[in-house]
Structures are given as structure tokens and as C-alpha cells.
Design a protein around this ligand. Structure first.
Ligand SMILES: *Cc1c(COP(=O)(O)O)cnc(C)c1O
Length: 364
């Protein structure tokens, strides 16, 4: 079988221009050429994330930095805001790193609300917090800006935020948010191959890291800072990713960041409209729907439409499209349609047409 067009929420489809850049012949990672390459993407990344801090590149998937952030920033106890598979896992990872951790847990499909976070932080027990902005497993986008406002009341709490499936698709203005560490993997909204993470941290995060002696080496924030000042990375990076990132950032600015955000808002609205027109309920609580992917409830809630999800996936596959059949404990009772990366109204309309055909097949 030929290539399946990916409409799963990561990895997503990679365009020709990005692949060409990815395949640029290799250079040495301590060469002037590499320094020039990193120095070229640095201001673009700073503009994208609206920050004056240096933006770092980690050759790892997002989880590397999600774990690394805890190892660099948590001394006392971390509050893990849990609302889906990725945010739930972060609690588990904190404990595996030997950290004291406490859960702030809401039902899958619900968002994390600022008042819930405030109530927990008020105990004074915490010096770090983890939050997933866009919970890819449930299709919930948490109110990041409202939660980030709490930072000024709790300056000693390190706000660590996963924007893996939102960075580049919705504004994630780091300095304005006032948070301490923000990270994303490249295979989601960036539409790059998997294998690299982009992240940024605050000055107070750097100061906190200095106080920890067991932060390790590979994800040491101080190493990233020291090297980035010379347009380098601590260890040999995936240079191919940096070439691809450079090409992708050019694309972002050619499109314009505002136009890019508007496109994602439009495409996710189109998918929600398609869903409700077909009597599917949306899994996320109203008002907290993701703008990069749509999680559709498969009849489990409020008497919505019910389909055989694996069968729907296999019909889609016959037409060359891969969709997701639900993640973790909501596998089969939900399914997800991604509109992140390079998708356009045209490509999304094609997806809906094929879905219409597949639903027709299921009903006949
Ligand atoms: C995909 C994803 C991750 C994990 O990324 P890896 O690349 O597997 O490390 C973490 N958080 C969110 C929100 C994700 O969507």
C-alpha cells in the first residue's frame, strides 16, 4: 500500500519543502555553518514565542524535556494538573524521577480551571506545577492565559507548560504569559518529523536549576543556556531537524503568524461543524475545544451517533487516509481528526468527503 495521508494528531503530514530541507547534506555540529544555522532560526523562534529569552533545541521527543523540566526545576513538590493521557502521565513521570508529586485531577473531557489550581497552590507545599495546554488525548484546550496569571501570586512555583500540540497553531507568548518553561515536540503543530523538542525558560527557571545538583547532563538547562549563547547545543543535535525547522519557520513567516492562527481556528471550527452536522457530540466540554484537533464522542455521551471506530478507520485507510481511533481509556468511544500543521480548507474538505463516504458504507 502507498503512503497514508496522516490525519492523526501527531506525527502529522510533512510537506515536500520540509523533507528537502531535512535532507540537506550533513555538517559538523561545532562548525561555523551550524552556528550560522542556529543563529538564523533563533530570532525566528523568539518572534514565534514572543520572547527575549534564548530558545533551545533538544534532540529528544517532548517527553525528554517534560522529564528534564522536573529534574531541573522541582525541589519540594510538584502539582501535576491532570485532564487526559499526557497530563496524567506527567504525574507518573514525576514520581519516577523521585519527586514528591500531587495530582489535581479532573474528568477527561473537562479543562483545568484557574480556581482549582489556585486552591492547591495556596497550601504553599509546591515549588513546581505541570500543565498541558492542549490535551491531545481528549481534544481539550486548557485556559493557559488565565492559569498563567496565577504566577504573580506564586513567584516561587515554577510553571512548566507543555504546548506540544498547540505551539505555532495558537499564540503562545512566553514572556507575556510569565511562565517558566514552555516546550513542544516537532511532530505535532510544527509539522516536522518526530525527534526534536523546542523549549524556552525564564530567568527564574535558570536560577532554580542552579540550586539543583542532580539535574543530570542531557537535559541540563544551564548547559543549554551556555551553548545557545554560542549558537550551539550541548550534545550533537539532529542537524537534519534544524535544517527542516529553519525551512518551516520561513514558511510560518511567509504565511504570517496571525494568518496561521486564523487558519487553525477556522479548520477546527469546520471539523466541529462537520461533527455536529453528523450528530456526533464533541468530547471536550463546550468552550474548551482544541484548535488543532477534534475529539469526537462516539455515542458515549448524551445519545450521540455511534459508529464502529475500527471499521471507520479501516474504510478511511482504503481511501489512503489515517485517522485516530481514540487514545488510552477512551479508545473506541472517541475518535480524533487532526487539522494541525499544513492542512488547508481544501485538504480538510477532502477529509470530510471521505468520512461521508465511509459513514455511508457503515450504514449500508
Ligand atoms: C504527543 C504529545 C506528547 C508526547 O510527545 P512525544 O513526542 O511522544 O514525547 C506530550 N504531550 C502532548 C500534549 C502531546 O500531544
Amino acid at each position: 500500500m502507498g503512503h497514508l495521508k496522516l490525519h492523526i494528531p501527531g506525527p502529522v503530514e510533512i510537506n515536500e519543502r520540509t523533507w528537502k530541507a531535512f535532507c540537506t547534506p550533513m555538517i559538523g555540529h561545532r562548525s561555523k555553518d551550524f552556528q550560522n544555522l542556529y543563529a538564523k532560526v533563533q530570532p525566528q523562534l523568539q518572534e514565534l514565542l514572543a520572547t527575549k529569552q534564548l530558545v533551545f533545541l533538544s534532540t529528544s521527543s517532548a517527553w525528554g524535556m517534560m522529564e528534564g523540566a522536573l529534574r531541573n526545576l522541582c525541589v519540594k513538590k510538584v502539582l501535576n494538573c491532570m485532564c487526559g493521557a499526557f497530563s496524567d502521565k506527567w504525574f507518573d513521570v514525576a514520581k519516577r524521577c523521585g519527586k514528591e508529586a500531587e495530582a489535581l485531577k479532573v474528568d477527561w473531557g473537562s479543562p483545568i480551571l484557574p480556581e482549582q489550581v489556585d486552591e492547591k497552590l495556596a497550601s504553599g507545599e509546591f515549588d513546581a506545577l505541570t500543565l498541558v495546554h492542549n490535551e491531545t488525548s481528549t481534544g481539550v484546550m486548557n485556559p493557559l492565559a488565565d492559569i498563567a496569571k496565577l504566577k504573580k501570586n506564586y513567584p516561587d512555583v515554577m510553571f512548566i507548560v507543555d504546548t506540544v500540540s498547540s505551539m505555532t497553531a495558537v499564540p503562545t507568548k512566553f514572556d507575556e504569559l510569565g511562565i517558566d518553561l514552555m516546550l513542544a515536540g516537532t511532530q505535532k503543530a510544527f509539522a516536522l518529523p518526530p525527534g526534536m523538542a523546542v523549549f524556552v525558560c525564564s530567568e527564574s527557571a535558570m536560577k532554580r536549576a542552579e540550586t539543583l545538583s542532580d539535574r543530570g547532563y542531557y537535559f541540563d538547562l544551564l548547559e543549554f543556556q551556555k551553548n545557545a549563547e554560542k549558537s550551539m547545543t550541548p550534545s550533537t543535535p539532529s542537524i537534519s531537524h534544524v535544517y527542516a525547522l529553519s525551512s518551516k519557520l520561513d514558511e510560518f513567516f511567509e504565511e504570517g503568524l496571525e494568518a496561521r492562527y486564523a487558519r487553525h481556528a477556522k479548520l477546527s471550527q469546520m471539523t466541529r461543524d462537520w461533527a455536529t452536522n453528523h450528530e456526533f457530540k464533541l468530547f471536550p466540554e463546550a468552550g474548551f475545544e482544541s484548535q488543532t484537533l477534534t475529539c469526537l464522542s462516539n455515542g458515549a455521551r448524551e445519545g450521540g451517533k455511534v459508529v464502529d471506530v475500527p471499521e471507520l478507520q479501516s474504510l478511511m485507510k482504503q481511501q489512503g487516509i489515517q485517522i485516530d481511533g481514540g487514545y488510552g481509556k477512551i479508545k473506541g468511544t472517541t475518535f480524533r481528526l487532526s487539522s494541525m500543521g499544513d492542512e488547508t480548507e481544501e485538504t480538510m474538505k477532502h477529509l470530510y468527503e471521505v468520512l461521508d463516504w465511509a459513514l455511508g458504507q457503515l450504514e449500508s
